[in-house]
Design a protein around this ligand. Structure first.
Ligand code: GAR
Length: 204
């Protein structure tokens, strides 16, 4: 099968959506590994419950980002991972991982990039008073929420929205969008040519 590793730091609702899509036969891919930098994160429980192999580590036990990323790289290679999917993994990634997985590492972010990168994207959108925000899936290039854009979905901002309410509606959209995009990869329908994203017979 086409083998996917998910990197996550938090609750793992995107991880769960990908796993559910895989089990339902809608992904064309297997969730073969969870990589997590927070031993206490809820996503670790989800993976354990589902029998997904887990590589969990504590960043401060390593002298550099590169040091733990070399261990992650070894795990990815051992598990023969085809695609790395960042889903709420709240750390920058260095060339140790970006280079070997060029064109095969993607992230999801809760805004219409390039607006509102980084933390609390929904809060930033409310602060700014935008009427439309959304979710973006993009290739990872080592910056914070930068890299060529693959797909975006808009989410309307309501007059009375709090950051929490907006974030929840964006996450509803993410849980639909991310499995769809991963299924495009599994079907060989996405390619990165330089900085240009090429989609083959997609409606989006
Ligand atoms: C998601 O909304 C994801 O877009 C965001 O973290 C959340 C993780 O939720 N990522 C970023 O903000 C990246 N800068 P989850 O753990 O429930 O999937």
């Amino acid at each position: 099968p086409y083998r996917v590793a998910v990197f996550a730091s938090g609750s793992g609702s995107n991880f769960q959506a990908l796993l559910d899509a895989s089990r339902a036969g809608n992904l064309g891919a297997q969730i073969s590994l969870l990589v997590c930098d927070k031993p206490q994160a809820r996503v670790v429980e989800r993976a354990r419950a589902a029998g997904v192999p887990i590589f969990v580590f504590t960043p401060k036990e390593y002298e550099s980002r590169e040091a733990y990323e070399r261990l992650i790289l070894a795990e990815l290679e051992k598990a023969k991972i085809d695609l790395v999917v960042l889903a709420g993994y709240m750390r920058l990634i260095t060339s140790v991982l970006v280079e070997p997985y060029a064109g095969r590492m993607i992230n999801i972010h809760p805004s219409l990039l390039p607006s509102f990168p980084g933390k609390d994207a929904a809060g930033q959108a409310i602060q700014h008073g935008v009427r439309v925000s959304g979710a973006t899936v993009h290739f990872v290039d080592g910056g914070m929420d930068t890299g060529p854009i693959i797909a975006q979905r808009a989410v309307e901002v309501m007059a009375e929205d709090t950051a929490i309410e907006l974030q929840a509606r964006i996450q509803d959209t993410e849980r639909l969008l991310y499995p769809e995009v991963v299924s495009w990869f599994a079907a060989g329908r996405v390619k990165l040519e330089g900085r240009k994203v090429v989609l083959f017979n997609n409606e989006h």
